[in-house]
Design a binder for this molecule. Structure first.
Ligand code: SF4
Ligand code: SF4
Length: 483
C-alpha cells in the first residue's frame, strides 16, 4: 500500500499509486481549469521570508506532463524559466566525471561495464594514475568532480574508494584544487555511507535507472544490483549514515517516461517526508550507445521535445533541487534545457577510465568509455558558449565547504537567500578560472561579463567586498574567497 513515510521501497514507490497517478493524469490532461490551478500553485510567491515556491505533488506534476495542449506547454515553459531565474539566476555550476574503475560484477543490460562484456578492457586507476588524472582535471580548471566506479567488492572495495577520495583532496597542483568530490557508487551499507561522509564527500549520487520494479529486475538480471529494494532504499541508508545531500536520477529510455517521472517525484517526496530534506540534485540522463550496447533495442526512447518537457516539469515540481545534465546530450539539447531548469552541467568530460591525463582536449580515448559523448567540446569552449548564451559558469563549492548541506542548504535556498551567496561566488570562481585556465578569447568575454554581473549583487556591502576579492584574484594572485 502506498505510504510516503514507509521505509519499504514497494510502499513509497508504490506501483498501484503510480498507475493511479498515470490514470488521473490521462483523465485530466485536457482539464484546463485544473491545469491553470496547478500552474498557479507552483508560481514563485513573495512571502515575509523572501521568494518561495510550493512545488507540486507527483499527481499534479503528472497532469502537467501528460497535458498536450501547446498553449499550456508554453505556460509550463514560462513558469519553469521563472522558477529557474528566481532560485538559480543565470548561473550554471560546472563539474566533471572521473572514472576510477570499470570492474563490475553486475549485469545491467544497458551498460558496457556489465560483467559479461568481454570486449571492453578492464581498468582500475592506481593512486599514481589517479594523481595524474586529477592534475589533468585541475589544469583544465575543474573544482568539482563526480567520481564513478563499477561495483566490485574485490577490485573496488570501499577502502579503495576512500583512498581515492583522500588522494583527490590532497592534490594541490599550481593554483588547482578539487574542492568537492561527489560520489556515484553502488548502493551500500549504512556503515559504508558513514565512511564516505567522514571522507568529506559532497553529494552521494545513485541513479535508480528505472522505478518500474519488474523492468528493473529484467534489466539487472544478476549481481547485487538485482535487488530492487536494496537499491531503492539506498538513499535512506545514506541519510542514516549522515549524508544529507543525495542525488537521484532516472535513465530515461529504459521504461515509460511518465512512470519514471512519477516514481522520481515520489522518491523525492519520501525523502522529504522521512528525513525532512529532499534530494539535493536530480539527474536526467538518456540512454546512449556504447561497447556491446545498442540503444535501439530499448523502445522507450524519448525525443528532444519530450525531454525538454520533463525537465520543465521537474523544475516546477521540485523548485529547490539542482538539476544535472551530462555530455550525453548534444549542444543544441543542452542549450534548450538550460533555460528550462538545468542548473549543473559537465564540460570537457571523459567517460572512460584514465581519459584525461596525457590527452589533448581534442583527443578522446574510447576503449573503456561508458557511453558515447554527444557534446565533445572542451571545457574552455563550453565555458565561453555558456557566457555567450547569457549564463554565468560557476565553479562554486562554497555551501559544502561552509557546512551548508542538507536542511541547512534547503532552508537558505527555500527563501531565495542563497542568491546572496551564489551570485558573487559564481563570479569569483569564474574569475579564478579566467585567470588560471581560460583562452584569451574566453577570458575577454568573461571579464566583460563579470564587470556587468557584479552590479547585480543586491547587497551593497557584499558587492563591495566581492569587488575587492575579484581584484585580489585577478591582480593579487589570491584564490579561494567565498561567501
Ligand atoms: Fe556496473 Fe553500474 Fe554499469 Fe551496472 S551501470 S554494469 S552497476 S557500472
Ligand atoms: Fe551552489 Fe552554494 Fe555555491 Fe550557490 S553558494 S552555487 S548553492 S555551492
Amino acid at each position: 500500500m502506498y505510504d510516503v513515510r514507509s521505509m519499504n521501497a514497494d510502499d513509497f514507490i508504490n506501483d498501484e499509486e503510480i498507475l493511479a497517478t498515470l490514470e488521473y493524469a490521462e483523465q485530466n490532461k485536457h482539464n484546463r481549469e485544473l491545469i491553470e490551478q496547478i500552474l498557479e500553485k507552483a508560481k514563485p510567491k513573495k512571502t515575509g521570508r523572501g521568494v518561495e515556491c510550493a512545488g507540486l505533488s507527483h499527481r499534479e506534476a503528472s497532469v502537467l506532463l501528460a497535458c498536450d495542449i501547446p498553449e499550456m506547454t508554453e505556460k509550463m515553459y514560462e513558469l519553469a524559466k521563472e522558477i529557474k531565474q528566481a532560485f538559480y539566476g543565470n548561473r550554471i555550476v560546472m563539474f566533471a566525471p572521473l572514472y576510477l574503475s570499470n570492474y563490475c560484477v553486475n549485469k545491467c543490460v544497458y551498460c558496457p561495464y556489465h560483467i559479461q562484456n568481454k570486449e571492453i578492457p578492464r581498468k582500475k586507476l592506481s593512486q599514481e594514475e589517479l594523481r595524474q588524472e586529477v592534475i589533468a582535471l585541475q589544469d583544465l580548471g575543474h573544482k568539482r568532480l563526480a567520481i564513478e566506479s563499477g561495483e566490485d567488492p574485490v577490485n573496488n572495495p570501499i577502502e579503495y574508494i576512500l583512498e581515492c577520495i583522500n588522494t583527490i583532496y590532497s592534490i594541490k597542483h599550481k593554483n588547482g584544487a578539487i574542492r568537492r568530490v561527489n560520489v556515484n557508487i553502488a548502493a551500500t551499507t549504512v556503515e559504508n555511507y558513514r565512511k564516505l561522509k567522514e571522507a568529506g564527500i559532497g553529494t552521494y549520487i545513485l541513479f535508480q535507472e528505472t522505478y518500474h520494479k519488474e523492468s528493473y529486475e529484467v534489466l539487472h538480471p544478476a549481481g547485487p544490483k538485482h535487488n530492487y529494494a536494496y537499491h531503492t532504499e539506498a538513499m535512506d541508508r545514506a541519510m542514516e549514515g549522515g549524508i544529507d545531500d543525495v542525488g537521484l536520477g532516472v535513465l530515461f529510455g529504459l521504461d515509460k517516461y511518465r512512470y519514471e517521472f512519477a516514481g522520481l517525484l515520489m522518491h523525492a517526496e519520501h525523502l522529504e517526508a522521512v528525513h525532512g530534506v529532499g534530494p539535493h540534485t536530480v539527474s536526467v540522463p538518456r540512454l546512449r550507445g556504447a561497447s556491446d550496447i545498442d540503444p535501439n533495442v530499448f523502445d522507450n526512447g524519448i525525443d528532444d521535445d519530450t525531454f525538454a518537457k520533463i525537465v520543465a516539469c521537474i523544475r516546477i515540481a521540485v523548485p529547490y533541487t539542482g538539476m544535472i545534465i551530462s555530455t550525453r546530450e548534444s549542444e543544441a539539447c543542452r542549450e534548450k534545457v538550460l533555460e528550462l531548469g538545468v542548473s549543473q552541467i559537465s564540460g570537457g568530460s571523459r567517460t572512460s577510465v584514465g581519459g584525461y591525463a596525457g590527452y589533448t582536449p581534442d583527443e578522446r580515448p574510447h576503449d573503456t568509455e561508458q557511453f558515447d559523448v554527444s557534446d565533445q567540446r572542451s571545457l574552455d569552449e563550453v565555458v565561453k558558449w555558456l557566457m555567450d548564451q547569457g549564463h554565468i559558469p560557476s565553479f562554486c563549492t562554497a555551501c559544502y565547504r561552509e557546512g551548508r548541506t542538507g536542511d541547512r542548504f534547503m532552508a537558505l535556498c527555500k527563501v531565495g537567500q542563497i542568491q546572496n551567496c551564489c551570485h558573487p561566488n559564481a563570479l569569483m570562481t569564474l574569475q579564478e578560472y579566467l585567470a588560471d585556465y581560460a583562452s584569451p578569447e574566453t577570458r575577454a568575454v568573461g571579464e566583460a561579463l563579470i564587470a556587468r554581473e557584479i552590479q547585480n549583487v543586491p547587497d551593497e556591502k557584499r558587492r563591495q567586498r566581492a569587488i575587492e576579492y575579484l581584484d585580489e584574484i585577478k591582480n593579487g594572485g589570491k584564490r579561494d574567497f567565498r561567501f
